[in-house]
Design a protein around this ligand. Structure first.
Ligand SMILES: *[C@@H]1O[C@H](CO)[C@@H](O)[C@H](O)[C@H]1NC(C)=O
Ligand SMILES: *[C@@H]1O[C@H](CO)[C@@H](O)[C@H](O)[C@H]1NC(C)=O
Ligand SMILES: *[C@@H]1O[C@H](CO)[C@@H](O)[C@H](O)[C@H]1NC(C)=O
Ligand SMILES: *[C@@H]1O[C@H](CO)[C@@H](O)[C@H](O)[C@H]1NC(C)=O
Ligand SMILES: *[C@@H]1O[C@H](CO)[C@@H](O)[C@H](O)[C@H]1NC(C)=O
Ligand SMILES: *[C@@H]1O[C@H](CO)[C@@H](O)[C@H](O)[C@H]1NC(C)=O
Ligand SMILES: *[C@@H]1O[C@H](CO)[C@@H](O)[C@H](O)[C@H]1NC(C)=O
Ligand SMILES: *[C@@H]1O[C@H](CO)[C@@H](O)[C@H](O)[C@H]1NC(C)=O
Ligand SMILES: *[C@@H]1O[C@H](CO)[C@@H](O)[C@H](O)[C@H]1NC(C)=O
Ligand SMILES: *[C@@H]1O[C@H](CO)[C@@H](O)[C@H](O)[C@H]1NC(C)=O
Ligand SMILES: *[C@@H]1O[C@H](CO)[C@@H](O)[C@H](O)[C@H]1NC(C)=O
Ligand SMILES: *[C@@H]1O[C@H](CO)[C@@H](O)[C@H](O)[C@H]1NC(C)=O
Length: 446
């Protein structure tokens, strides 16, 4: 009954926004519409119009807000947002495929553009983002990068943004994307994409960044089926700290080098205090090959882009049952390994320090640098990875290689790198590994 009280006390309510002082409190339309899932987006726009500059917007506690249309809540200034209810995204897939906003990179789209200057967004008092992703996972049927499938939340053209306590459950696609922004922090962050049918959640990255600098992700738990964190082109000065990843592709730089007309520069990135449980990869750098190609498992064409990835630190990792803990690939989407040695992306000064735990198969690392750009400054310090089986005294199946494999190709000053290289890295070693390395002539089937 508190609701009717709020209404009665709110003669200035427009749509379903209660405006008092500099604070706008939102209530859902469903309350006035017999519980029907009426779109709350017009009210959200009204709240940000009234309180998006030097104000506060509160999504009222314990209420469900139906988000049935795209939202563009950008250009906020000195605004605090409190999500205390549930944002429930509609599952009208044809609508979203038609209407999601393009975000340029990889022809991706988003359901929500958010941002501005001096903005905080807090998930608190049980507030959360319900992407209703199961509908997306089921209709997507495991395809990669379905055109128009929307990113849950994109922080764009922003400066000094703090997102704290955000939980995104069942994201539609990538959970968050930071674009063209500076000084954006995401702390106390939770993402969980879990499918309940035979289809995977595919492309549910926890976080992606592009054309942005001075970024932080701290204290996060991410379960999904793609990169835990993905650092895309033109990301500078990113710190990722205290993140636990479940069943995903871990900490990834890339993919980069996709577009010949847009070079990718990535530098000064540190990942520290990271745990990967049952992941495919833990520390991954992935670039496209040096020539454009049109047959890719990525659902996308590309290659031939130039640029660099430099000064990256992977520090204090615990990896548990991870298929391929450490990888650098320079032709991640040419399954045949064709043109792998042509990549124009220069990789340098990559440190792997204090990386400990178990690999699912007999391989700890595969580092393949292209012939065009052999990699200087690759360092292993205290990297101790052993296969799950050998830690249990069990033999490895289907291989003569019972010792842990460390593959290396085109590493400059390899002998001083600290890497116990014992095999060449083949050009066609995939991102998804599902078997032991058999011997030097045969690499992963996948
Ligand atoms: C989003 O809104 C901003 C104004 O706040 C506008 O400049 C921008 O073009 C809009 N973006 C899209 C994709 O509609
Ligand atoms: C999608 O867009 C097309 C072309 O604009 C239009 O004909 C169709 O009705 C739209 N579908 C939906 C579900 O919005
Ligand atoms: C944002 O905050 C900074 C530091 O307090 C201030 O200098 C700047 O003017 C603020 N920006 C806006 C748009 O108010
Ligand atoms: C970065 O943004 C935070 C808000 O998240 C703000 O407190 C801090 O002052 C900003 N830093 C700079 C250098 O503007
Ligand atoms: C993610 O959600 C699934 C299904 O609800 C649950 O079983 C799992 O424990 C969750 N993962 C984490 C890390 O919270
Ligand atoms: C879809 O992908 C998931 C996860 O990779 C896999 O477990 C499942 O078997 C695939 N489903 C079908 C029907 O191929
Ligand atoms: C690390 O993050 C987890 C999950 O967000 C949190 O519970 C824990 O307190 C954090 N640890 C530290 C040292 O901050
Ligand atoms: C990266 O920034 C450079 C300018 O520094 C620009 O030329 C290039 O197009 C940007 N790349 C991408 C992928 O946006
Ligand atoms: C490398 O990046 C780290 C941040 O990740 C930064 O502190 C350090 O100064 C950078 N080193 C160089 C040589 O630029
Ligand atoms: C890729 O191949 C498809 C089908 O053969 C064609 O329609 C498309 O234009 C090609 N794209 C590029 C970028 O070459
Ligand atoms: C790449 O490898 C192919 C096949 O081994 C070889 O013909 C070609 O010359 C190599 N390219 C470069 C740039 O080294
Ligand atoms: C680990 O050992 C078990 C029992 O011998 C075997 O079934 C399994 O295939 C082995 N795993 C690997 C990755 O070799």
């Amino acid at each position: 009954m508190r609701l009717f009280l709020s209404l009665a006390l709110a003669p200035l309510a427009a749509s379903f926004v209660v405006h008092k002082g500099n604070t706008c409190t939102l209530f859902p339309e469903s309350l006035k519409n017999g519980g029907d899932a009426v779109d709350d987006v017009p009210s959200v726009y009204e709240a940000f119009k009234q309180c998006g500059h030097n104000g506060k917007v509160i999504f009222a506690k314990d209420h469900v807000f139906n988000i049935n249309s795209v939202m563009n809540t950008t250009n906020l200034e000195n605004c605090e947002v409190s999500l205390r209810g549930e944002l429930r995204w509609s599952t009208d897939i044809p609508y979203w495929l038609n209407n999601s906003y393009p975000v340029v990179l990889q022809d991706q789209h988003t359901a929500w553009l958010f941002g501005g200057e001096n903005v905080t967004f807090r998930g608190e008092e049980g507030g959360w983002y319900n992407g209703n992703g199961q509908a997306w996972y089921t209709q997507n049927e495991n395809q990669s990068n379905q055109p128009g499938r929307p990113i849950s939340m994109t922080i764009i053209d922003s400066k000094n943004v703090l997102i704290d306590g955000l939980s995104i459950i069942q994201p539609q696609f990538w959970a968050t994307f930071v674009v063209q922004s500076k000084n954006v922090s995401i702390t106390n962050f939770y993402v969980n994409a879990t499918s309940n049918d035979q289809w995977g959640t595919v492309n549910t990255d926890g976080y992606d960044s592009w054309n942005s600098e001075d970024l932080l992700i701290e204290n996060a738990v991410i379960q999904n089926q793609d990169d835990c964190i993905a650092v895309k082109g033109n990301t500078t000065n990113l710190l990722v700290r205290n993140v636990t990843c479940h069943g995903n592709y871990g900490m990834a730089i890339g993919s980069v080098g996709q577009y010949p007309t847009m070079p990718d520069y990535v530098e000064d990135v540190t990942f520290e205090d990271i745990r990967c449980y049952d992941c495919m990869e833990a520390a991954l750098i992935k670039t496209w090959q040096g020539v454009a190609e049109n047959d890719s498992s990525n659902g996308d064409a590309g290659g031939g882009g130039s640029g660099y990835v430099k000064n990256i630190t992977f520090r204090d990792f615990e990896v548990v049952n991870t298929a391929l803990p450490i990888q650098i690939s320079q032709c991640i989407y040419t399954e045949s390994g064709k043109d792998c040695n042509t990549s124009k992306m220069a990789i340098s000064d990559i440190t792997y320090s204090n990386i400990k735990g178990t690999s699912r198969y007999n391989i700890a690392s595969s580092i393949y640098c292209s012939d065009v750009h052999p990699c200087p400054g690759i360092k292993f310090e205290n990297v101790e990875i052993d296969s799950v089986n050998s830690t249990m005294g069990l033999p490895l199946a289907g291989t003569t290689l019972q010792d842990e494999v460390f593959q290396c190709t085109n590493i400059i000053d390899e002998e001083n790198s600290g890497i116990p290289c014992n095999h060449a890295a083949p050009s066609n070693y995939g991102q998804s590994v599902d078997t032991n390395v058999k011997d030097d002539s045969v690499s992963s089937e996948s």
